[in-house]
Design a protein. Sequence first.
Length: 228
Amino acid sequence: MSLVVFESVKHIHCAECRRGPIRHVVREAGVPRCLDCADLGHLVYLPRGDAALTRRAREASSLSAVVVRLHKRRRYERRGLLVEDAALARAERACLADAEARARRRERDRLRRAAEDTRFTAAFAAEIRRLFPGCPADRAQAIAAHASLRGSGRVGRTAAGRALDEQAVSMAVRAAVRHLDTEYDALLMAGIPRFAARTRLAPRIDAILGGWRTGTAAAEPETGPGRA
């Protein structure tokens, strides 16, 4: 069980030595005490943020305490750790010693993710070309790259998109046509509601997509609303 020290946001004074205000508070028998009076004054503060350093410092320190602060949602969040100075120094040396190895591992992971992204983007573009054989190859590649960008939250990164679901791929193509081949963005900037703009442009978008599906040039539709 870890010792817990509270990070105070109020002006609190130690109940024993009357010193204050104190930032780190130890509560004993319901009263606040400073670190010195709680026999923790020799410990140094290590803010959270470096998981490896925190783990090693805790393991090397014979005495440690978790520092928490009361969040506005009435729950405590972890702020850092109090550890022995010598333990922190040993942990820092250990982290420096394997920093190069960790950097190489991060680079390997980066290259692996980049290769995975390249393969997935190519597969997404190939699926676009299968569903829309009239879509130019460079356009399919650009749509796939945009839709599948890692961390973007776009349709290509959803579960359906990752599975190359036909509807998800079609949504990505439709969105690209909407933004790049029509005045949709200009309509939004002019204050036209999104769904009204989509309805207005749906026939043109359907014509372009229809031409891409059949491999023929898109023609303006005769009549009828569609889905933009």
